[in-house]
Design a protein around this ligand. Structure first.
Ligand code: AMP
Length: 567
């Protein structure tokens, strides 16, 4: 057992675990042990519910072993990188644990990327095999890599087969355009055929502290795409940290609503690994479509709901327009809504909680930390805070200009974090690694402060700060104000070049469904709520705002558009 001295107050006050100085122990063993153990303890329990089609823990582990046996037979064992480019579906879970069981390294590839981005990540990570579906939006981006010999193998998931009947039938009939033809190729194999195999994989030796489990691409703190190297132990630690935070779980099993994509590290840990560690049912949702999501919530009555703020905002707006639907919504059984990945505007939190009756707790983290660093203690929320460090995690605030200087409570600076969940570095990028990993401390690139009780408050990302006449202006502070406008659904604020002041804020907004909002209305609304430095140089109203594959509002797209427009 590897012990890490716990620092900070233990967040799980609800479970009565001891406070300051608690020792945190990272469970031993490889990450796939979570699923193996769950399959042993309750093989009949539903592991995955995919639009009503269920897979038990026992069957899930059998499929994982079948895949691992195939991977080992075909040379994709120890240390080999295997890409997963799938929307949420049972096969994504099989693929993840199967690759790990074979001793390989998962490379999470977002299916929403362009063919060029995918090709670059495949090349950068040295991935020789990818698992993807026969969907028109994805397969044509991956198949050329097989033809061009960049990949040795392509494993294809027959997506219609993954769906329950009659969805599968309807999908084939009405959405046949979404199914891509799959030309035969000697390097191509269908996942269904592999999973039908009955052979057992040989045992593989895993050193959890050294062996990589995952390469997770991120823009990171410097914007250049690179893959964070996360070991079995890193991911096991973070799963255990959030498990302790969650406290006791229902003996008959929780239901995790899994709409965030599993290829993103937040859902991978907070939905899949955590859910499987506590023997929960993962209710998988392949894509965001509000009415479908609400139908799934009604049917499955989830108990844990991790999501990003924009999703909670969309649900709040829907219930505001249809209050009669709340009573039978199925939201009543949700114990915790967990928001992460982006700032949760106070207005969205308040409206969602009032309308749905559910509490949103907030977590903070980043890919480089597997990802969770802090979380709101369930029983003790502090307004505007992202909670306290997880067990075994230390957080310090460093001076923005003199990074060696540690700042005291209430002082704003760069957040640095240390703990067993912190990555080994960036794959093949020692210089980038040295910029962010210093003496075991991870420079997060986020700005914030710790209050006297050790609660963390985020201000912004370093690189998002807008420099107006040399003064720091935080987009988040402006966004919080605009969110208070009753017609506004989404807000993103970026800095744009300004001849006089260097930079000035520009506000992008999208109105709620059925509402119309004008630039003049927004300008009038913010006039006496923002200080002169925060006042926008322009407001642009759009039908909707760009989002990342995870559903976070994506300021990078707006910054690039603005740059292109200005030439
Ligand atoms: P990624 O590595 O893509 O998951 O992005 C991590 C970044 O998302 C962090 O460095 C933060 O800037 C931001 N982030 C994560 N959680 C939160 C949160 N609760 N509030 C505000 N920003 C967050």
């Amino acid at each position: 057992m590897v012990k890490v001295r716990g620092l900070g107050e233990h967040p799980s006050l609800a479970t009565g675990v001891k406070g300051r100085g608690v020792d945190f122990v990272v469970p031993e063993g490889p990450l796939f042990g979570l699923l193996e153990r769950a399959a042993l303890v309750h093989p009949e329990r539903v592991c995955v519910d995919f639009l009503g089609r269920t897979t038990s823990y026992g069957e899930m582990w059998r499929q994982v072993e079948a895949l691992a046996a195939w991977l080992l037979r075909h040379g994709f064992g120890s240390g080999q990188r295997v890409g997963i480019c799938l929307p949420n579906c049972p096969q994504a879970v099989v693929a993840y644990y199967g690759i790990l069981r074979a001793g390989g390294v998962v490379v999470n590839l977002s299916p929403l990327q362009t063919a060029e981005e995918l090709a670059a990540q495949v090349a950068d990570s040295g991935t020789k095999m990818v698992i993807c579906p026969n969907l028109n939006k994805i397969l044509p981006k991956v198949y050329p890599l097989l033809l061009g010999k960049k990949l040795k193998r392509l494993m294809v998931v027959n997506f219609a087969e993954a769906l329950p009947w009659p969805q599968s039938w309807l999908f084939r009939v009405f959405k046949f355009k979404e199914i891509s033809p799959v030309p035969a190729h000697e390097g191509l194999v269908w996942m269904e055929e592999v999973l039908a195999g009955r052979s057992k994989p040989r045992e593989v030796k895993i050193n959890p502290a050294k062996d990589l489990a995952l390469l997770q691409f991120t823009g990171g703190t410097t914007g250049v795409p690179k893959a964070a190297m996360l070991t079995h132990r890193n991911l096991m630690a973070n799963t255990e940290q959030v498990r302790i935070w969650l406290g006791e779980t229902a003996p008959e099993g929780e239901r995790f609503l899994t709409i965030l994509p599993l290829f993103h590290v937040f859902a991978m840990t907070a939905c899949m690994n955590l859910g499987i560690a506590v023997g929960a049912t993962l209710v998988l949702v392949p894509a965001f479509q509000l009415s479908q999501l609400l139908g799934i919530i009604r049917r499955t009555k989830p108990t844990i709901f991790p999501a990003v703020p924009s999703l909670f905002g969309a649900i709040a707006n829907h219930f505001a327009a249809h209050p009669a639907q709340v009573a039978a919504s199925g939201m009543g059984g949700i114990r915790w809504c967990i928001s992460g990945g982006a700032p949760l505007p106070a207005d969205i939190k308040a409206r969602f909680e009032k309308l749905s009756g559910c509490v949103i707790v907030e977590g903070y983290g980043l890919t480089e930390a597997s990802p969770v660093v802090s979380c709101t203690p369930p029983m003790r929320q502090v307004a505007g805070s992202v909670g306290q460090p997880l067990p075994g995690t230390a957080i310090e605030i460093r001076d923005l200009k003199k990074p060696a200087k540690i700042l005291g409570a209430g002082k704003t600076g760069e957040i640095v974090a240390k703990g067993p969940q912190v990555m080994q570095g960036y794959w093949g990028k020692p210089k980038e690694t040295a910029k962010v990993l210093q003496k075991g401390w991870l420079r997060t690139g986020d700005v914030g402060h710790l209050d006297v009780q050790g609660f963390l408050h985020l201000t912004n990302r370093l690189k998002e700060i807008i420099l107006v006449s040399g003064y720091n202006v935080y987009p988040r502070a402006i966004e919080e104000v605009v969110y208070r406008h009753p017609k506004v659904a989404e807000v993103t604020v970026i800095g744009v070049p300004d001849a006089d002041k260097g930079e000035r804020p520009k506000i992008f907004v999208a109105a709620k469904a059925g509402e119309v909002v004008s630039e003049a209305e927004i300008l009038e609304f913010v006039k006496d709520k923002l200080n002169p430095l925060q006042r926008p140089v322009a407001v642009e109203v759009r039908a909707s705002l760009p989002k990342t594959p995870m559903g976070k509002l994506d300021r990078k797209v707006l910054v690039a558009e603005e740059r292109a427009r200005r030439g």
